[in-house]
Design a protein. Structure first.
Length: 211
C-alpha cells in the first residue's frame, strides 16, 4: 500500500508531546557520528526517570537529496529523534518512519516513475526520410491516425514517429502490414493529417529502410 504524508505526524509535534508528558523527568540524548566525509549517523536515546525507554537511529548522505545538500546533520538528527519517539508510541498511525523520511521516499518514487513515452535518444531515432517511409507504408495499408498511434505505442513504445528507434523500424512496418484497415468512407488523404507525406513518401515504398 502506498504511504501518504498525511498518515505521519511531524517530528516537532512528537517532541512537543513528549515534553508535555515529561517536562521534568524526560531526556532526549543524541549522539552524532561521521564515519566518512559523506556519511552522517545519529543515535538517539530517550529516557524517563533515568530509565531508557526507546532508541532511534538514522543515516544520511551529504548531497543526496535537496535537504541533505545543506542540512544533512539536522535532517539525520530529526529522523532519528522521530523514530525513537515513534517507538515510544507518540502519535504513530502506520509504520515508524519519520515524516521527513516518507517525504524523501515519495519524492524518490515520483522521480522513478516513467514520464510518458519518451523514446530513445536522438542518435538512436529514425531519420526524417525513414519517418516519411513510416507514413507511406501506413497509407499503403489504409491505416488511419488512431491505428498508426496504436502500433507506435505497442511496438516502439512511443507516441510520435520521430521518436521511433531505428532498431524498431522493421517491426513497426511489419505491424502495419498485419493491421486491419478501418471501415470508413473517408479517403486516405482525409484520414491522415495534412502535413503527412504524400507523393514524396510514396516514392519511398520501394526503398530499403536506412540504418
Amino acid at each position: 500500500m502506498a504511504r501518504d504524508l498525511k498518515d505521519y505526524v511531524e517530528v516537532h509535534e512528537r517532541v512537543e508531546a513528549f515534553w508535555n508528558d515529561h517536562p521534568d523527568d524526560g531526556s532526549i540524548i543524541t549522539h552524532m557520528e561521521y564515519p566518512d566525509e559523506h556519511t552522517v549517523r545519529c543515535h538517539v536515546r530517550i529516557l524517563t526517570h533515568g530509565v531508557l525507554r526507546a532508541t532511534g537511529h538514522a543515516e544520511e548522505v551529504r548531497g543526496q537529496g535537496l535537504v541533505n545538500t545543506t542540512s544533512a546533520v539536522e535532517n539525520c538528527e530529526t529522523s532519528a529523534v522521530g523514530r525513537a519517539l515513534a517507538v515510544m508510541g507518540y502519535k504513530v498511525k502506520r509504520g515508524i518512519a519519520s515524516r521527513e523520511e516518507v517525504a524523501a521516499a515519495v519524492a524518490a518514487q515520483a522521480q522513478a516513475k516513467p514520464k510518458g513515452l519518451q523514446g530513445p535518444s536522438r542518435n538512436g531515432r529514425i531519420t526524417d526520410k525513414q519517418q516519411k517511409l513510416v507514413w507511406a507504408r501506413a497509407r499503403q495499408h489504409g491505416l488511419n491516425n488512431e491505428q498508426v498511434l496504436e502500433v507506435l505505442q505497442r511496438v516502439a513504445k512511443v507516441d510520435r514517429t520521430e521518436l521511433v528507434a531505428r532498431d524498431k523500424l522493421d517491426e513497426v512496418l511489419e505491424a502495419f502490414a498485419t493491421a486491419k484497415p478501418p471501415v470508413s468512407d473517408a479517403t486516405p488523404d482525409e484520414e491522415f493529417p495534412t502535413d503527412a507525406p504524400s507523393a514524396e513518401a510514396e516514392a519511398l515504398l520501394d526503398e530499403v529502410p536506412f540504418t
